[in-house]
Design a protein around this ligand. Structure first.
Ligand SMILES: Nc1ncnc2c1ncn2[C@@H]1O[C@H](COP(=O)(O)OP(=O)(O)OP(=O)(O)O)[C@@H](O)[C@H]1O
Ligand SMILES: [Mg+2]
Length: 405
């Protein structure tokens, strides 16, 4: 089967999905805005061809660039697992007559307001919401919805330009800050814990799912630099306190008639147990969360996704053995990382529970923690017991420190 893959080299997880496709027998042709010299030899070995385009945000030009392939390839799938390329993929699918999300079907996955409207229609609980394009409408919507509320872009990612607003004064501040965003969502603020519901589907059936727990909630982790944000892929996805969130996830897939591929959903659980839907992407989560799924079950869901896409099934057994946690670190100070403390003690104490160490090495500049969820690197740990996993993750938060200056 010939598969056209958009941006196989970026973000960092994409080469693994390309590998998965090649391993299940697909012939993968890639198109992206990176030069082929920026692609790893491993990725190039998985691609039957690669075409660089000056920009991915001109569908007609991308179509033109891949035209030479059409005499020798018959594309049956067009895939993009990167949020900004979802619409391009859909447009190429309709041009090439491939199955998968059409441009119209892609909208509810891209536009947070269209998403909530479609889910409201299906009776799924979303935060009260309004789409506004002016300061005056934002004030009106705030008056209707009430404080506290959230203001965020209609097509946001990575919690950028997302603000919690508790009163009139903060409302004015937020309005001033989002002035460059043409349309924003004004939403009821949902207080509670935040989880994911991630699936691999084929033909409308859920073949695999994962639930991860964010500690703390992403917005909070995004606002306080000293926090080492965590996500834990949960072993016991059948726990009673996750049941309503899981049922809601299945209902969302049905409401949006999602058929085949990866999805990443986020949902909230309030203190009184009520669950509220956050958002869905027709793509996997980023920031190594797919690796967490693999560590939790000792599976290769990169290949699993490819198998679902190309062959409509999943042959790997899903046995949930561990809770797997990722802990993102942010250095103290600015400039070059010059000291890392606590790593040896963690290695000794954690033993085989420590799965991955991927920190910015000494001598390298620190990264922008606001722009990059990965920040100055991360550790992945796993353990069969949730409390122990949380303890290990908290230890990494507290005792592993990177210093820059
Ligand atoms: N209505 C809400 N109530 C409470 N918190 C919210 C609400 N909307 C957003 N948030 C917080 O802001 C974060 C980012 O919002 P959202 O997930 O909608 O945007 P995003 O930019 O697509 O995020 P990401 O790409 O990081 O998943 C959420 O994870 C949550 O912590
Ligand atoms: Mg989100």
């Amino acid at each position: 089967m010939d598969v056209l893959m958009i941006s196989p080299g970026y973000p960092a997880e994409m080469p693994r999905f390309a590998r998965g496709l090649a391993e299940v027998g697909a012939r993968v042709l890639g198109v992206g805005d990176q030069p082929s010299s920026a692609l790893s030899p491993e990725l190039l070995s998985r691609l039957a061809g690669y075409q660089q385009v000056p920009t991915l945000w001109n569908t007609a030009a991308v179509m033109q660039a891949i035209r030479p392939w059409l005499s020798q390839a018959r594309f049956e799938r067009v895939e993009c697992l990167w949020e900004p390329g979802m619409l391009l993929a859909a447009e190429l699918r309709s041009a090439l007559g491939c199955p998968g999300l059409s441009p119209a079907e892609t909208i509810p996955f891209r536009d947070k307001e269209a998403m909530k409207t479609a889910l409201d229609r299906a009776g799924i609980r979303t935060p009260r919401h309004a789409k506004v394009a002016s300061a005056a409408r934002a004030r009106e919507a705030a008056a209707e919805i009430g404080f506290p509320l959230i203001i965020k872009p209609i097509a946001g990612a990575g919690s950028s330009d997302t603000y919690r607003v508790d009163d009139e004064r903060e409302l004015e501040q937020a309005i001033a800050r989002v002035r460059h965003v043409p349309e924003v969502s004004v939403e009821e603020f949902i207080d509670g814990e935040e989880f994911t519901f991630d699936t691999v589907c084929a033909g409308g059936r859920v073949l695999y799912y994962n639930m991860s727990w964010y500690r703390p909630r992403p917005l909070e982790g995004k606002q306080k630099e000293w926090i080492s944000p965590q996500a834990i892929a949960l072993r016991d996805v059948h726990a009673e306190d996750l049941a309503d969130g899981r049922a809601m996830g299945f209902a969302v897939l049905e409401a949006l008639n999602f058929q085949t591929g990866f999805t990443h959903m986020e949902w909230y659980r309030k203190a009184d147990g009520e669950v509220v839907f956050g958002e869905i992407g027709a793509r996997p989560p980023g920031a190594r969360m797919v690796d967490l799924m693999n560590f939790a079950c000792d599976i290769d869901i990169y290949r699993g996704w490819a198998e679902a896409l190309c062959h409509g099934g999943l042959s790997q057994q899903i046995e949930r053995r561990y809770n797997a946690a990722i802990i993102f670190k942010r250095a103290q100070g600015n400039g070059i990382i010059h000291r890392i403390e606590g790593l040896d003690a963690i290695r000794r104490k954690f033993g085989s529970a420590l799965m991955v160490e991927d920190l910015v090495p000494i001598g390298q500049p620190r990264r922008d923690w606001i722009q990059h969820q990965i920040s100055d690197g991360y550790l992945i740990v796993r353990h069969p017991d949730l409390q122990t996993t949380m303890q290990l993750a908290d230890d990494v938060g507290t005792h592993l420190q990177l210093y820059a200056g």
